[in-house]
Write a protein that binds this ligand. Structure first.
Ligand SMILES: Nc1ncnc2c1ncn2[C@@H]1O[C@H](COP(=O)(O)OP(=O)(O)OP(=O)(O)O)[C@@H](O)[C@H]1O
Ligand SMILES: C=C(C)CCOP(=O)(O)O
Length: 253
């Protein structure tokens, strides 16, 4: 089994500058593209991951929790995790409306980080779901972290971890932008080293974001041993059909 992993950016499926606000039209369009690709056989072993948008990032920011700064307040952890489960439920129901057999996987209950930040995220549940014909849907979350309480786990880190442990064939990150943009706002077709694009790379312009926006995304994807595509919402279908839209990030692992 060589799955395809697609992340739906939180900035795509939510209104990132308004707390806990879904972008229903954008989520419908993404769900349409996934359902169409599955129905015509463009993709079969598909894992979906979604980001936090105005659900996770809003609560994480209010609690001062990031990928490295944790909290030991259970109420804050539950607020962040609960918001992400709410968003996950929206994603699942839009997929179910279209006949996609999606099942939730909540990382808080599955994995942990050690004191060095190393992530242990067992994914046998997702692998077994794939084998049974389901589409696992993971999401950015909080995760128990040695010495920090809980920290934020970004959807991007889930993507790279899952891609490595499940030997993903294809990896795609759908964000609001049509790819990684250079300083003239043109899509960069291929990135092989962080220094090539560092001048143009910033955080998220789409509201609160505790996980670092595009700069963090590129760093994460360069560490992956497989090529990954960053593209906009209009290119979900093209990606699932096997094209490499937007920017291809090709690190050396
Ligand atoms: N050089 C760049 N090219 C493209 N986008 C950039 C660049 N520099 C900064 N950005 C910002 O990065 C954002 C994408 O990162 P963001 O973390 O918001 O994505 P996401 O994965 O869709 O959302 P989330 O983190 O909520 O899941 C873009 O919307 C843009 O505002
Ligand atoms: C803020 C939380 C809880 C998840 C962040 O995931 P991301 O939006 O993929 O960076």
């Amino acid at each position: 089994m060589t799955p395809t992993i697609l992340k739906l950016g939180g900035s795509v499926i939510t209104e990132k500058d308004r707390a806990e606000t879904l972008d229903g039209d954008a989520l419908d369009a993404a769900a349409d593209a996934v359902a169409a690709a599955m129905e015509c056989g463009d993709v079969s072993d598909l894992i979906l991951v979604h980001g936090g948008g105005s659900f996770g990032h809003h609560h994480a920011s209010a609690a001062g929790v990031t990928t490295t700064e944790g909290t030991d307040a259970a109420a804050d952890a539950v607020a962040i995790h609960g918001a992400m489960k709410t968003l996950n439920q929206f994603v699942l129901s839009r997929l179910h409306d279209r006949g996609v057999p999606a099942l939730p996987v909540h990382p808080l209950s599955a994995g942990a980080r050690n004191a060095d930040g190393g992530l242990d995220l067992p994914l046998s549940q997702a692998a077994t779901m794939l084998g049974e014909g389901f589409v696992p849907v993971l999401h950015g979350d909080v995760i128990a972290t040695e010495g920090e309480g809980v920290t934020v786990l970004s959807g991007d880190e889930i993507v790279t971890t899952a891609a490595a442990s499940l030997s993903a064939e294809r990896v795609g990150l759908c964000s609001t932008v049509p790819g990684v943009l250079d300083t003239d706002e043109e899509v960069i077709p291929e990135i092989t080293a962080y220094e090539d694009t560092a001048d143009a790379l910033g955080g998220s312009d789409a509201g609160e974001d505790v996980t670092g926006g595009m700069a963090a995304k590129v760093r994460e994807l360069l560490d992956l041993g497989a090529p990954a595509s960053v593209f906009g919402p209009d290119d979900i279908g093209a990606f699932l059909a096997g094209d490499g839209p937007g920017t291809t990030i090709r690190g050396d692992g």
